[in-house]
Ligand binder design. Structure first.
Ligand code: 6PG
Length: 474
């Protein structure tokens, strides 16, 4: 059944995978006429056969007709796999577009790719927006958090459409605001994902600790629900859901899930781009590293058989530990979010993006994967002090971390003594212990080592200047 195009469509959706399809339906739900196209017609037909499909959705089966079906100046949203597929689509689409048209690319693209594509597209007079889209398929369908950046002159053209489909945060504000120039939108999305990786690893480790103490999945889910009354974190909410999930035979699904966690690359992108800015994101990096280590399962089994060490079993009363682990989790969350925002601050300064950090915290307050009550504190902290270089000195964070670190220390110690790997919790604790230390002896040792083998000089703590000692080696 092919619908006649009643009028030129207000937006085109190029790419009808789960995200593109959901966004197309979301736009139609909000009264926008949507032209849809997918390089293989199967997904187009799949969309057209969605029960109760809004009449505002029109399918097209070739790119020329797709572009011709759009009201001018045109707006096309591209939702395809990040990387080369985006360039391939642009190569085909650009010759069909005119000056004044707008392309919105909503995949998990690298911010440097976005900046490059923007320059190429602008040569044709077409405007380019690289937008983070967070919230998964459900978010895309019901209300994502959107992080548009690129040609700011395109923002008035698309603002109403994007804000209409976006989620609302607890204050009722649209979870979509202009992020900044070049690839700023995709950079912010990448670092949203970096925080996601770190926090998911923290959650996984807390679950493992409680399991090693003898708690059942349902009991851990109950603990998560208890903590979440205060934390209001989406990731805790869905952790409780996956812990309670049952397999076909009624047994806990989690117990049948292979211990391998995938990663499509945004976590690694976070770590590399943070290091490029001279920022340590050791908690977020621990989340990336833990996933990579999980993939090498065959080798892990071999090493297990070689060393013959017992499975981690932790002593202690799980009920008593529940309160402690809740405090430890909350402190580790705070430290992970703080690392993410410090990198955003540094990117804003070094790339001259003028990022609005309170606004970023606000548009992450709904729709996105890392939505949680802590974002209200973060937004308020940056409103109070826009150039705050670390949230570790923000009063709300000081209170949470001061209360949670003793519990975090106890939890990490118990896990380490029980042979249970807790790279993210441990990184959070070490991050705090480093950041609160007035005398990092390890750094002084490294400074002298570098001077001995590389004559890199060292500074003194009793007088200014750079010094080199004659070590008598040459
Ligand atoms: C989001 C998610 C999403 C996620 C992909 C790939 O904000 O909706 O972060 O974009 O990145 O589902 O997940 P991994 O990065 O874990 O592979």
């Amino acid at each position: 059944m092919i619908r006649k195009t009643k009028a030129a469509c207000q937006i085109g959706m190029y790419g009808l995978g789960p995200m593109g399809r959901s966004l197309a339906l979301n736009f139609a739900d909000h009264g926008y006429s949507v032209a849809t196209y997918n390089i293989t017609a199967d997904l187009t037909w799949q969309l057209m056969n969605v029960p109760g499909l809004p009449s505002l959705v029109t399918p097209f089966f070739n790119e020329k007709d797709f572009v011709a079906g759009l009201k001018q100046p045109r707006t096309v949203m591209i939702m395809v796999k990040s990387g080369a597929p985006v360039d391939e689509v642009l190569d085909r689409l650009l010759p069909l577009l005119d000056p004044g048209d707008v392309i919105i690319e909503g995949g998990n693209s690298d911010f440097r790719d976005t900046a490059r594509r923007l320059r190429v597209v602008n040569e044709k007079g077409v405007m380019y927006i690289g937008s983070g889209v967070s919230g998964g398929e459900e978010g895309a369908r019901r209300g994502p958090s959107l992080m548009p950046g690129g040609n700011v002159e395109a923002w008035p053209v698309v603002r109403e459409m994007l804000q209409s489909i976006a989620a609302r945060n607890p204050k009722g504000q649209a979870c979509c605001e202009w992020i900044g120039p070049e690839g700023a939108g995709h950079f912010v999305k990448t670092h949203h994902n970096g925080i996601e990786y770190g926090v998911m690893q923290v959650i996984g480790e807390v679950c493992w600790i409680l399991r090693a103490m003898g708690m059942t999945n349902d009991e851990i889910a109950d603990a998560m629900d208890g903590w979440n009354v205060r934390m209001k974190a989406f990731l805790l909410e869905i952790t409780s859901e996956v812990l309670r999930a049952r397999d076909d035979d009624g047994s806990p699904l989690l117990d049948h899930v292979l211990d391998v966690a995938g990663a499509k690359g945004t976590g690694a992108g976070t770590v590399v781009s943070a290091l490029d800015l001279g920022q340590s994101v050791n908690i977020l990096a621990a989340g990336v590293a833990a996933r990579l280590m999980s993939t090498n399962r065959k080798r892990r089994i071999e090493i297990h058989e070689l060393y013959q060490l017992p499975e981690p079993k932790l002593p202690g009363d799980p009920k008593e530990w529940t309160a402690k682990l809740g405090q430890a989790l909350e402190a580790a969350f705070a430290l992970a979010y703080a690392q993410g925002f410090t990198t955003l601050e540094e990117a804003s300064l070094q790339y001259n993006w003028k990022l609005n950090l309170p606004q970023i915290a606000s548009i992450w307050g709904g729709g996105c994967i890392i939505r949680a009550d802590i974002l209200n504190e973060i937004s308020a902290a940056f409103v109070k002090e826009p150039m705050l270089d670390t949230l570790l000195v923000a009063p709300a964070f000081v209170e949470c971390i001061r209360k949670g670190v003793p519990a975090l220390r106890e939890a990490v110690s118990a896990a380490v003594l029980g042979g249970l790997p807790v790279p993210a919790l441990n990184s959070a604790l070490s991050n705090f212990d480093s950041m609160r230390s007035p005398n990092l002896v390890s750094a002084s040792v490294i400074a002298l080592l570098r001077d001995l083998f590389g004559a890199h000089t060292f500074k003194r703590n009793d007088r200014p200047g750079a010094f080199h000692r004659n070590w008598g080696k040459v």
